[in-house]
Ligand binder design. Structure first.
Ligand code: CP
Length: 301
């Protein structure tokens, strides 16, 4: 993928054909219920997670085990980074143990790129700061394609904290390459300047952004990346930008509702919609294992 060393650092460097190849392989794996294979037998995958994660870390672990790889999980709280070791030193020491792949989540944008040039193992970006979360975008696109039968021509409305969202950035790159129309809606304070240049149509209000949408992708309000001042209060945010049973009716009658998780219930998304008939949130999670199997198999299998 990101040549010459085959890493997955982001969606931005991928071609449309490369994205489709991953989705096609993930679909094939999903159809077998992610059947166990020996594609990575005798190989080791290290999950190096320097930020919290439930879905991505577990999903990569299950995916690697389905491919018969040995999996080692390293989290920040139990690593020597607590004693002051740099990320690069940590990665080089792990690389000396000869893993086939290092899956990295890190709070700093660009951390996977830095590792890529320093280690022999394949590097897979599992989310770096507000930069990219490529496997999340791949599983999101795959879920949309499974529902609509295609991506080209879909209208996808992304609502919420776009500013801090690596999920939104990766999806913008992927959906633009695949021919979807992408709209973003949120308070101006949470829409990065120049987002139009990435191919997004910008809306200040939720209902007009959702008119005729095939997909409503709701983003988490990332309070851990805010130093205050982005929204007046959670109640105000929810009132104007929260997705609920009333405003979701502006989308197409068969529109699906997505969320990468974790959800702030009652803030960006009401529980009746999160758990309702339009929601494909748990399907996203299920398909994520197939996407991560496809990525691991193609890079390190
Ligand atoms: N979607 C996602 O990245 O979730 P986690 O933070 O739980 O991995």
């Amino acid at each position: 993928m990101n040549r010459p060393k085959q890493d997955l650092l982001g969606i931005e460097p991928l071609t449309k054909a490369e994205i489709i190849a991953i989705l096609d392989r993930a679909d094939a794996l999903y159809a077998t219920d992610n059947a166990k294979s020996d594609a990575m037998a005798g190989k080791t995958v290290i999950n190096l997670f320097m930020e919290p994660s439930t879905r991505t870390r577990t999903s990569f672990e299950i995916a690697a085990k389905r491919l018969s790889a040995d999996v080692v999980n390293v989290s920040e709280s139990f690593s020597s980074s607590k004693k002051g070791e740099t990320l690069l030193d940590t990665a080089k020491n792990l690389d000396a143990m000869k893993p086939s792949a290092i899956v990295l989540r890190h709070a700093s944008a660009g951390a996977p790129q830095m590792l890529s040039s320093a280690v022999r193992a394949r590097v897979i970006n599992a989310g770096d700061g507000s930069h990219e979360h490529p496997t999340q975008a791949l599983l999101d696109c795959g879920t949309m394609r499974r529902h609509a039968g295609k991506i080209e021509g879909l209208v996808v409305t992304i609502v919420g904290d776009v500013m801090h969202s690596r999920v939104a950035r990766s999806n913008l790159f992927a959906l633009s390459k695949l021919g979807a129309t992408v709209r973003v809606a949120g308070p101006r304070s949470l829409l990065p300047p120049g987002i139009e240049a990435l191919g997004a149509e910008v809306f200040d209000r939720v209902e007009p952004a959702m008119e005729g949408a095939d997909v409503v992708m709701v983003l988490r309000l990332q309070q851990e990346r805010m130093n205050g001042g982005y929204v007046p209060s959670l109640r105000d945010y929810s009132r104007f930008f929260g997705i609920n049973a009333r405003n979701v009716r502006a989308a197409k009658h068969d529109a699906i509702v997505m969320h990468p998780g974790p959800i702030n219930r009652g803030v960006e998304l009401s529980s009746d919609v999160a758990d309702g008939a339009r929601s494909v949130i748990l399907e996203q999670v299920a398909y994520g294992v197939s996407v991560r199997m496809a990525v691991l198999e193609m890079l390190a299998g």
